[in-house]
Design a protein around this ligand. Sequence first.
Ligand code: HEC
Ligand code: HEC
Length: 327
Amino acid sequence: MKRFKKIVTIFLIVLVVLGISGYVYFNRQFPKVEAVEDIKIEITPARLERGKYIFNHSAACVDCHSTRDFSKLSGPVKPGTEGMGGEKFDEEIGMPGTFYSRNITPYGIGNWTDGEVLRAITEGISKDGSALFPLMPYLVYGKMDKEDIYSVIAYIRTLPSIKNDVPRSEPKFPVSMLMKTMPTKKQFSVKPDISNSVAYGEYMVKGASCTDCHTPSDGGEPIPGKYLSGGIEIKLPGNTVVRTGNLTPDNETGLGLWTKEQFIKKFKDCSRPEFGNTPYRQGEFQTVMPWTVYAGLTEEDLGAIYDYLRTIPAVKNRVEKFGQKLY
Ligand code: HEC
Ligand code: HEC
């Protein structure tokens, strides 16, 4: 009996040691930190103009890295908060923990090298070598056109510095471990020419993270056969919910019957100051779709997005976009 106890004790000790060394090994291995590139991104007027457009409209960095004012319809960005971070994404909206977007004005990342900023945006690794949660769409940005990424970096260097200290994100176990395995080496692509409207539109849709809100997913993985078919439910104050629209070309439940003109107008109408200033009254329609941000997309870019959305498989999924719901 004594002998048996001894064997069990040794076995347990071995297990604990293996566990600890496994943990240490894991943390040494991940994230696989790529060396920081020794680059200097030249700030040119062309890059600033393109970067401003990407930041404020086409990649909607501003949507997550500023304060949204949900006392107004569709939560427009509060002027003067651009890039200061601190927006909270937590379990209320289905996140595996509590995450805060970070301060990307010079106050937050002013002392980072261009290589460090590039690595964070395209490979998901912060200056201190820690992994970022992929809610920050680095997996998408790592596949964009190099010039687009360089432009957005040039632009964020010129944002007014805003003093705002952001709390650390707190992912829950096991996501806290899993997210360390996700950073991957960037693989830039070449932006398709706008004359190839469908391919160009696909590049836009990916870069704008439309899929994050419009494609149903399970445990972070998109559900096959449901691409952009909507129906994701987001809780709003006062026991109301908003559900994302079906963007597939299904005639009855999607955008099948929308003309290109209607599609473009739907976005452009949201750039009218009246739209962004409509006060939100609890119980009435409210949405998280960043209409005022995307309203600044050019008609050509919106047209290409439309052309691409015509080519994806039609999915029947009737969505009641707004309603009451008791949890
Ligand atoms: C869907 C929301 C979202 C969008 C869109 C987004 N970000 Fe982020 N970003 C985040 C979150 C959240 C974090 C912090 C993640 C964490 O704490 O693990 C972050 C982190 C970062 C960091 C790392 C900062 C640091 O201190 O480690 C940089 C740089 C950054 N984002 C830049 C950008 C740029 C540039 C864009 C647009 C091209 C962009 N982000 C678009 C949500 C977003
Ligand atoms: C932060 C989440 C979010 C993102 C990102 C997002 N949407 Fe939406 N979208 C919504 C929600 C919620 C609705 C439903 C409520 C509404 O109409 O505002 C919606 C509605 C729409 C509608 C109206 C559909 C209808 O049937 O009336 C269109 C069109 C649309 N989105 C296109 C897009 C495109 C294109 C992108 C990317 C450029 C995008 N969305 C990105 C949340 C999002």
